[in-house]
Design a protein around this ligand. Structure first.
Ligand SMILES: [Zn+2]
Length: 177
């Protein structure tokens, strides 16, 4: 699933965004293979469909149901994302005048986002903070801390993680075995 070398098809998008190839080693990043098989998991109020791999989708739905039974509603803020989409997200921030080094603290370079795998989900609780550190103060986060591992989901970016990313209490990844 992971490799340490930047594949040729990503080199041009990195160059276009001004990301040096050395960033891969400097930040100890991995290149993730993009999911090839995806299923629809959740549709947002504005008609956007979130997808995960069949295995991750199954685990997510079981975890969501278990949380629901405990009175906790878990919703998806982001799931599968293609590397081409990652290019768009970074480009949008560059267009707003942000520096690439700052952008890379919150967004992975194309090819290096766990969301490419179709196994990562950004989770929120309706009415609560979305993709913000304050998510850790929600009852949803407390529930996940206690139960997510049972369903195969782990927190990818704890405080002071080795990748130089900000702390992401909302980002959980299903680890296939
Ligand atoms: Zn995420």
């Amino acid at each position: 699933m992971q490799q340490m070398k930047l594949p040729a098809h990503l080199q041009s998008s990195w160059q276009q965004l001004g990301i040096a190839p050395e960033v891969l080693q400097q930040k100890s990043l991995c290149v993730f293979a993009e999911a090839t098989e995806l299923v629809d998991v959740e549709t947002t109020f504005d008609g956007r469909v979130w997808q995960l791999t069949p295995e991750a989708a199954d685990a997510w739905l079981r975890m969501q149901a278990a949380a629901d039974a405990d009175g906790i509603t878990l919703k998806i803020a982001s799931a599968y994302r293609a590397s081409s989409r990652q290019v768009e997200l970074i480009q949008r921030k560059l267009d707003l005048g942000q520096q690439i080094a700052d952008i890379l603290q919150v967004l992975a370079p194309p090819g290096c986002s766990e969301h490419h795998t179709g196994r990562a989900v950004d989770i929120y609780q309706p009415g609560g903070p979305v993709v913000e550190e304050a998510f850790e103060t929600t009852s949803a986060y407390a529930w996940l801390s206690q139960h997510a591992a049972t369903f195969g989901f782990t927190l990818s970016f704890p405080r002071n993680n080795a990748y130089g990313y900000v702390y992401e209490p909302w980002h959980w990844c299903y680890q296939s075995n």
